[in-house]
Design a protein. Structure first.
Length: 154
């Protein structure tokens, strides 16, 4: 009986975490994760590649792409994005790359990023990024298999 109770308590403790980090997508989620209409919380997507860190964008360097407003630190980074947005935009629409490995979507934090293989991946938190980083190649393959269908699952 204690094993059954233990299993119950473990499951009960896991539900809030799974519900927060790996919440299932609702039908017709936007293609780009952009709370308030702003992608990457207003950080410059090009800077992840050129500076190796998140850099806040400026309101006077903004453009619309795929239904979201993207901010840039300079006119040069905005132009680079405008010339080739697919090269700089985060994978999976800026949703958590690790959650996508489970066929789910989750929000992301600008500081929880990985640039690998010429692509930008964002995660829910730096703790989740650590899990994602344990096997990036495997996780990319898994996530690619769910994207973009995860946006339309219930």
């Amino acid at each position: 009986m204690s094993l059954t109770r233990r299993a119950f308590f473990v499951a009960a403790l896991a539900i809030p975490v799974a519900g927060t980090i790996l919440r299932p997508a609702f039908a017709n989620e936007p293609e780009v994760f952009a709370p308030g209409g702003v992608a990457i919380s207003g950080y410059d997507p090009v800077a992840y590649f050129t500076e190796g860190k998140p850099v806040p964008g400026q309101m006077d360097h903004a453009l619309m792409w795929r239904g979201a407003t993207w901010y840039f630190a300079s006119a040069e980074t905005m132009e680079a994005f405008e010339m080739n947005p697919a090269a700089y935009a985060p994978q999976y629409g800026g949703y958590c790359a690790y959650a996508m490995t489970k066929g789910a979507i989750a929000s992301t934090a600008p500081e929880a990023f990985t640039v690998t293989g010429g692509r930008l991946y964002l995660n829910y938190s730096t703790e989740v990024r650590a899990i994602w980083s344990e096997d990036v190649a495997k996780n990319v393959a898994l996530a690619d298999g769910f994207w973009p269908a995860a946006l339309n699952t219930k």
